[in-house]
Design a protein around this ligand. Structure first.
Ligand code: CU
Length: 127
């Protein structure tokens, strides 16, 4: 009887271990592109990017879909990450996609290069 229990326990632990490996976050991030959608909106009079913080790891291929959803004029807003030489103009109702490799670690500014009054967002690149 003790032998049967030991076998059962061994098999169960094996199944649990396999499950843990399959869902290890480290495996999910293996060189897959990191995709975000960032929407520029006006919230109670303030222009903000949502989400306002993007977190990736060094070496990641980062893809960002940018949407300008600000209803008031002007119809164009920018999307710039100067440290990665990203600078786009996004028309209201149009989607722009940017892609780059996060090749340096740090906290980097995301802004509208056309209007300094936007609240800036951040790109955080972890080691
Ligand atoms: Cu703007």
């Amino acid at each position: 009887m003790r032998q049967v229990w030991r076998t059962f326990t061994g098999v169960s632990l094996g199944v649990i271990a396999l499950g843990a490996i399959a869902f290890t976050p480290g495996m999910l991030r293996a060189d897959s592109p990191h995709e975000f959608t960032v929407v520029n909106v006006e919230y109670e009079g303030t222009k903000v990017f949502v989400p306002s913080v993007l977190v990736v790891h060094k070496g990641d291929t980062v893809k960002i879909k940018v949407i300008n959803n600000i209803k008031a004029d002007p119809p164009q807003h920018g999307f710039a990450i100067p440290d990665f030489k990203i600078e786009e103009v996004v028309n209201r109702g149009e989607t722009k996609e940017v892609q780059f490799t996060a090749d340096k670690v740090g906290v980097f500014e995301i802004k509208c290069q056309l209007h300094p009054a936007h609240v800036h967002a951040q790109l955080v690149v972890l080691q």
